[in-house]
Design a binder for this molecule. Structure first.
Ligand code: TMP
Length: 212
């Protein structure tokens, strides 16, 4: 049922994506599902190099359109070299962020035109869409608290103010509505086990299977 499925995780900073992705990987692995985890920006050699450029440039403020172009360059390389071949080999691919993040961060937060983003999307990965996008949602108080517990400031996104968190959150809520054919929004405020149970439910519903 899960063979060759492309599952993406999205959400703002501090929503718990990494934890849930790790739990899902372990869970599917134990059930002998062929599964790989990857991330964006990154996921392959070129992508990881571009990630480093973007992460360092966010401190010095790269032009937003340049950042968007780099993100799609990384995405195309990652998709054609890693994601597509794995899907074709029957792997379930779990990707930490995909182009929804560009719509929200570069589009809504940094005012790059959504039309331009969709043109770049078409140019680089065509009609590719995830089979399922799990959007983790928490309010900005929870996400800021979780981020402060990480005690690690890496880039401008780690120091976002409440107002920016709210724009990102609203953006992902919009994505859940616009792409309702592939997206599920999960309230990720509870503990990791409670949230994970909801993740499993969403997967079972989407792919009409029983995993527990
Ligand atoms: P993260 O994967 O650790 O959350 O960090 C990636 C950061 O990059 C995150 O703050 C969001 C940002 N990002 C964008 O701005 N646009 C994108 O298209 C992607 C994939 C990530």
């Amino acid at each position: 049922m899960l063979s060759g499925k492309f599952i993406t995780f999205e959400g703002g900073e501090g929503v718990g994506k990494t934890t849930q992705i790790h739990l899902l990987y372990e869970f599917l692995n134990e059930r002998r599902v062929k599964v790989k985890v990857t991330r964006e920006p990154g996921g392959d050699e070129v992508g990881e190099k571009i990630r480093a450029v973007i992460k360092s440039a966010t401190v010095t403020k790269m032009d937003s359109l340049c950042e968007t172009l780099l993100l799609f360059a990384a995405r195309r390389d990652h998709y054609i070299k890693i994601i597509k071949p794995l899907l074709e080999q029957g792997y379930t691919v779990i990707c930490d962020r995909f182009y929804d993040s560009t719509l929200v961060y570069q589009g809504l937060l940094k005012n790059v035109s959504i039309e331009d983003i969709m043109k770049l999307k078409q140019m680089t990965i065509g009609d590719t869409e995830p089979d399922l996008t799990i959007i983790l949602d928490v309010n900005s108080d929870v996400s800021t608290k979780r981020l402060s517990m990480r005690n690690l400031i890496q880039d401008e996104y780690d120091t976002m103010q409440k107002e920016q968190h709210d724009i990102v959150r609203k953006g992902f809520q919009n994505i859940a509505e616009i792409f309702s054919f592939r997206s599920v929004m999960i309230n990720a405020t509870g503990n990791k086990k409670t949230v994970f149970a909801k993740v499993i439910k969403a997967i079972e519903k989407k792919f009409d299977c029983t995993l527990l």
